[in-house]
Design a protein around this ligand. Structure first.
Ligand code: GBH
Length: 456
């Protein structure tokens, strides 16, 4: 395997971006407005027990109707970059034809961002697959046909929006929607099967990514260095917490198993050896020479959603494969999986820069969760501290010369936190979901960002 970094992936010179991130399904609501088709998340919310508080995102923050005031909130906080996603079933009807009303909505959102002086970063796929592509005959990302379907969708998005969007992300956290959706079953479409079976979806996601990037480069990017396309991976750093060999090996194994299994293919063109060994002989992981070439260098930047770090100890190995026991490090949040461990961010960036020297990295999400019933919801000092600590690390990383090009806070509004419903809040703006008017109230963390960005 050629371990040099493809020149295309070494674009450098992005000016540092401070932004705020969100995703269509979590904020838009308007689940059946203007000809929108159903998504697998609309269906998943109807499954008893799937969403912890039994809610859905039929209304969510109603961003669909209130994007102007919410974009104004982001602008007034001082953000210059705005990460959003497009909802596939909003812009393509079940018969495969464009839904002009849905396209017009995103066009208006992009106009509003331009007026507000914010640059959009657009994610094509943040988990809301059209239901019509998740059927017995067409099992979503398990079907090889999904690649052409995703190409058609991406082509439409590029044709309509590429002129106004300088930064694209093909997939948000493929590990989460593949293994959560097609193995663990805690994400839509809620399929439970073996890891070995889910690897087929890993393969389809990567091939779809490569194809869409090739399309973007040949027809829309045209060598313009100010235009970028990448992929976003999640979310955790793994760190050896004792001096043992076993812990060091375990941490390295986990980083390859969870991150490099996606980033190696899109940088070098193939899976890490350790990943192939773990899944010994899986044909899904066998890439042809042509597929390897298509994948190699298929990102201009690597998006990383960093939230937390897990510790690996000498006595961690829990037997076979990738199943290592982890210890949680740092301050707890309103979500069981999230502890505040800012140091992990720079450690992860160092690890990435060791593996992919010079590759641009953008933190495409970073944020903290408080419980829905928190009486101090608006005076969210813990979130202020989290942002303070993590932005300090960001500055340290830049000073150290790590190729970190941007940071997006997750997120502007309290919103629909997937299987966590509305019980887990990540917003810097409070939304009262018990009030039909869905009033927005800025939190301390919003004011903190305002002051921070004024100085940056
Ligand atoms: C990101 O996911 C998403 O991109 C974003 O949409 C979301 O709102 C945000 O972060 C905050 O969660 O670990 O067993 O408890 C983060 C990755 C993966 C974290 C699933 C929560 C829950 C399962 N998420 N995980 S578990």
């Amino acid at each position: 395997l050629d371990r040099s970094i493809p020149v295309r992936a070494l674009t450098g010179k992005m000016t540092f971006q401070w932004g705020v991130a969100g995703a269509a399904y979590q904020i838009e609501g308007a689940h059946d407005a203007d000809g929108k088709a159903r998504s697998i998340w609309d269906d998943f919310c109807k499954v008893p027990g799937a969403i912890s508080d039994g809610t859905s995102a039929e209304v969510a923050c109603d961003f669909y109707h209130r994007y102007e005031e919410d974009i104004e909130l982001a602008r007034a906080a001082g953000f210059k970059h705005f990460r959003m996603s497009i909802s596939w079933p909003r812009v393509i009807r079940d018969d495969g034809q464009p839904n002009e009303a849905g396209i017009a909505y995103y066009s208006k959102v992009l106009d509003a961002l331009e007026k507000a002086g914010m640059e959009p970063c657009v994610t094509l796929y943040h988990w809301d697959l059209p239901s019509s592509l998740q059927t017995a005959e067409m099992p979503g990302w398990m079907s090889p046909q999904i690649i052409d379907k995703f190409m058609a969708y991406a082509t439409l998005c590029f044709e309509r929006f590429a002129g106004r969007v300088p930064m694209w992300i093909t997939f948000n956290e493929p590990a989460v929607f593949v293994f959560g959706g097609y193995q663990g079953g805690w994400n839509a479409p809620g399929v439970r099967q073996s890891v070995a079976e889910a690897l087929v979806a890993v393969r389809h996601v990567l091939l779809a990514h490569a194809k869409v990037v090739a399309l973007y480069r040949s027809r829309f990017q045209n060598g313009d260095k100010t235009k970028k396309i990448g992929i976003t991976l999640n979310t955790r750093h793994y760190k050896a917490v004792d001096a043992s060999d076993t812990a060091a090996k375990g941490a390295q194994h986990m980083l390859e198993d969870r991150i490099a299994c996606w980033s190696d293919p899109v940088v070098f063109g193939d899976f890490p050896e350790s990943f192939k060994a773990t899944h010994g002989g899986s044909t899904a992981l066998g890439l042809s020479k042509l597929e390897q070439e298509a994948l190699r260098g298929s990102i201009d930047f690597l998006g990383i959603n960093y939230y937390t770090t897990s510790g690996i100890q000498e006595d961690s190995p829990a037997g076979a494969g990738s199943a290592w026991k982890v210890v949680e490090l740092g301050e707890a949040s309103g979500a069981s999986w999230l502890h505040s461990y800012p140091q992990g961010l720079i450690e992860l960036l160092r690890w990435l820069s060791g593996r992919y020297p010079g590759l641009d990295v953008v933190i495409t999400e970073n944020g903290f969760c408080t419980p829905g019933d928190d009486p101090k919801a608006v005076e969210d000092d813990v979130r202020v501290r989290y942002y303070q600590d993590h932005t300090n690390i960001v500055k340290q990383a830049i000073d150290e010369g790590l190729p970190l090009r941007g940071y997006f806070a997750w997120t502007l509004l309290d919103n629909f936190e997937w299987a966590g419903g509305y019980e887990e809040r990540f917003g810097m703006v409070h939304v009262d979901f018990n009030d039909k008017m869905l009033p927005r109230t800025v939190k301390s963390s919003y004011r903190w960002w305002q002051q921070f960005l004024e100085k940056s």
